[in-house]
Ligand binder design. Sequence first.
Ligand SMILES: O=C(O)CCC(=O)C(=O)O
Ligand SMILES: [Fe+2]
Length: 365
Amino acid sequence: AASTCDSSASNQTCSADAEAEVLKGVPVIDLTPLSGPVTTTEFQQLVEQVGSACQQWGFFQVVNHGVPPDLIEEFQAQVKAFFELPADQKSAIKRTSSNARGYYDDEFTKNTPDWKQGFDFGHIPDETKPPDDPANVVMDGHNQWPTAAQLPHFQRVMLRYYHALAQLAARIMAAIALSLNLPRDHFALDFTPHTSFLRLNHYPQCPRPREHFAVNRHTDAGALTVLLQQYGITSLQVNHGGSGRWVGIEPVEGAFTINVGDMLQVWSNDLYKAPEHRVLANSQRDRMSAPFFYNPSYAATVKPLGLCLGPQACQVDPHYRPINWGEYRRRRFEGDYANVGEEVQIAHFRVSGDTSTADVTAAEL
Ligand SMILES: O=C(O)CCC(=O)C(=O)O
Ligand SMILES: [Fe+2]
């Protein structure tokens, strides 16, 4: 089947192993053992599955993840209702250059406009206070919601779902820590408090899908993404192993799709790479999705951990300079928001290598 390895954008050596892996697709992992004791064989196997999925794909799907199906259904109904609101009601809560949260229909990825509409909201320190109370204005800005008259249950359902996903993400990070030979709670402090945000995506039908991407190729900036895809539509693709071979991620019913982000790539010193992915535009159907970006605290300094993965296999050469998550997040948002300049990428923090991207130093950020 060597001919199926041909890809004009690729200079990979097409090994039979890589081919077999691509044909099987992104792994599906059953999280049931995560709720049991660490000592079981099933738990160990789960940790190994997570580790090899992170190494081979940077993507996997999870089932039996513990998020109640009725909460997911309620959430999806609210997402649909939100995007069906009249344009002027969505525009009234548009995000701005100084507030990363709210509605938008003008996002840029890689300096090209995405064929989509979105809505972002995130972590707030005090849910008993209004969203724009000074106590709730954080580095990313503040949450903006449709009015209670427009969508009476929206905010409540969004926040319930958000907290459920934060819990799931923390459980998956614990499995990832174990897969890196670290204590289960190794990352807990880095995420106290976490600065995650949830993004609602609506991709309208696109009359000329060859001329646009719903979302152009990118990596996710944070640590881990927990994505809810719409069942029955395969539009999300991953650049397998950076080979230039784009492989569709077919949603499994009831599953979440997980992917590694830039910060985990740095912590693991490139053992787990943040995979490039993109979303194709579709002329036949519209589509919804909702990525939950699990992010460290703004103050967290992220740097290679010096992992020891076997008796004689400790990492000694850090590939990255230390990165302050808050600054990195700010720079990435500036790139998303405006069609100007070069977006900051993780490659800018590489210690050595591609000098063409080494002009932005940690000191400048
Ligand atoms: O819609 C999707 O499946 C993925 C969206 C995505 O990659 C993103 O919003 O970062
Ligand atoms: Fe993404």
